[in-house]
Design a protein around this ligand. Structure first.
Ligand code: ZN
Length: 254
């Protein structure tokens, strides 16, 4: 079952990446085309993973490889869905959690490709999650009891913390280190995991971000001038919290 859901995640991930790219470049939603020469992709190329597996990673017209964030988006969705079901079985709350991953996939793709977190994706996601989160609680698969304010409080806390981060970051390093998009993205993740687990999610974000920044410094021999996108770390923090948040919290408290 987890493998089946991971495959479904791959498919949904491909679709979500495609929609995200269309939103990002503001083109109407149509069949996938090569981002470089706009030649239509053959069906096996509609999924970056499938294209890679079938040896059709390159555009048949211009010969350029697909944009790699699409592959990341697909594998990210497949892995998240597979793990969510593998760890928790398949029930309504798990499906809820799986659905909340879809906007994260979309931002994973747009942020890695262009450092953009489109409001056209994030604002509806925040709106829907505010309502559903207040009624059904945060999207944690293992949640059994909750109060109506858990999800809104999580969103609000993430908004305040990221707003502080961005304000301090811009004051210290100038614009570009982190952006407004990181605030909306974090607000969404706060609604998804809710209070108090958003604290774990944000701590994981800092840890992953630190590891990522250190990796960039080592790879580029001490230069952090090319700001790295911070969105993927916010996203990873959120998904790891969906998967193991309660255990991590328990481990912290004991
Ligand atoms: Zn092409």
């Amino acid at each position: 079952m987890p493998i089946l859901l991971a495959l479904l995640g791959l498919l949904v991930g491909a679709l979500a990446s495609h929609v995200a790219e269309a939103v990002m470049v503001k083109r109407p939603l149509a069949k996938p085309v090569c981002p470089y020469c706009t030649a239509p992709y053959a069906p096996p190329q509609w999924s970056a993973t499938l294209a890679l597996v079938t040896g059709q990673g390159r555009c048949h017209t211009c010969g350029k490889l697909f944009r790699w964030p699409r592959l990341i988006g697909e594998l990210f969705t497949a892995l998240s869905w597979g793990l969510l079901v593998g760890l928790n079985g398949l029930h309504l709350r798990v499906i809820f959690a799986m659905l909340t991953v879809i906007p994260l996939t979309m931002i994973m793709v747009t942020d890695l490709e262009t450092r953009l977190v489109p409001n056209l994706i994030m604002l509806p996601a925040i709106g829907v999650m505010s309502v559903i989160g207040t009624i059904f609680g945060p999207a944690l698969p293992t949640l059994t009891t909750w109060e109506w304010w858990y999800a809104p409080a999580g969103g609000l806390l993430a908004l305040i913390v990221l707003w502080l981060f961005v304000t301090v970051g811009v004051a210290a390093f100038g614009p570009g280190a982190m952006g407004e998009g990181d605030i909306t993205l974090a607000t969404y993740t706060g609604l998804v995991v809710g209070f108090p687990l958003i604290i774990i999610s944000l701590l994981l974000m800092i840890v992953f971000g630190g590891i990522g920044a250190a990796g960039v410094v080592v790879a580029r021999k001490g230069s952090l001038k090319t700001a790295i996108p911070y969105g993927p770390f916010i996203i990873l923090g959120c998904v790891v919290t969906l998967l193991w948040g309660p255990q991590i919290l328990h481990w912290f408290l004991t």
